[in-house]
Design a protein around this ligand. Structure first.
Ligand SMILES: [Mg+2]
Length: 261
């Protein structure tokens, strides 16, 4: 990949919006049949998601930065990748930051130094997981040596969520030692180095651009780290975060009921 040599950029934007993509501003029709605006070829935006995105991109002096687990090829399939107002993107759980499509070298060198110390390595982890899983039910990927992910290939199997939850516990032994986080969302499980975290890239980009206001937008529990780094966090109502909060809220209400005094 071509690299960015001078890290040149425009003056500080007033606002930076760090925007998760999948299940935040688009998703497959299986997950939400109300998607009507094509977003990637296989994913679609609902009318509400389109309106939300348009608000972000039509506001003055707002810099929208996609922050996504997608790899470069997958990101290239999204309609955002060619949008003229999006200049900076952070891919592979922010293992790669690009500006105008050029790699940020300082960030890249920082990542490389961390990967050299990672145990087990991404390739070792891939091999260990490959030996553990039933390949007829899963597809396993080494995502360009950034992280490892697997997908259950038969979502019509009513037990696939339970099967994946059981697998997550076994995977914890595969990467024991604390070097990895394991994220489970729907039919995906990813093994991601702990240093590969969107919040670290947000810190880096905020330091670089010095915005007055930061907003984090995401749907998954793995997004909470970066969203709570921002001045404001926004999540879709029907999301992993939303479901968690509703559950906790119910527990809190029943557990803290006191007689008024
Ligand atoms: Mg997401």
């Amino acid at each position: 990949m071509t690299s960015e040599t001078d890290n040149s950029h425009n003056a500080s934007p007033q606002t930076m919006v760090f925007l998760d993509l999948d299940d935040t501003i688009f998703q497959t029709l299986r997950k939400n049949p109300q998607g009507i605006h094509p977003a990637t070829g296989t994913s679609f935006m609902t009318e509400a998601q389109r309106c939300f995105f348009d608000i972000l991109l039509s506001a003055a002096d707002v810099m929208v930065v996609p922050v996504t687990a997608r790899d470069a090829t997958q990101y290239g399939r999204t309609f955002l990748s060619g949008h003229p107002r999006i200049t900076v993107s952070a891919l592979y759980y922010c293992g790669l930051i690009t500006t105008h499509g050029l790699r940020d070298n300082r960030w890249h060198n920082h990542m490389e130094s961390l990967y050299r110390l990672l145990t087990p390595s991404i390739r070792d982890t891939y091999e260990r997981v490959a030996r553990l899983i039933n390949s007829s039910s899963f597809k396993l990927y080494n995502v360009d040596d950034y992280y490892v992910t697997l997908k259950h290939t038969n979502t019509s199997d009513g037990n696939y969520i339970e099967m994946l939850q059981g697998l997550v516990q076994k995977l914890a032994y595969v990467v024991e030692g604390g070097g990895y986080n394991i994220y489970h969302n729907d039919n995906n499980v990813s093994l991601v180095p702990t240093f590969l975290d969107k919040k670290h890239a947000i810190d880096y980009l905020v330091q670089r651009y010095q915005p007055r206001l930061t907003i984090g937008v995401g749907d998954g529990l793995s997004d909470l780290g970066f969203m709570t780094r921002c001045d404001y966090g926004i999540f879709p109502g029907r999301s992993q975060i939303g479901r968690l909060l509703v559950g906790q809220s119910s527990l809190d209400i029943s557990g803290s009921c006191e007689q008024p005094t």
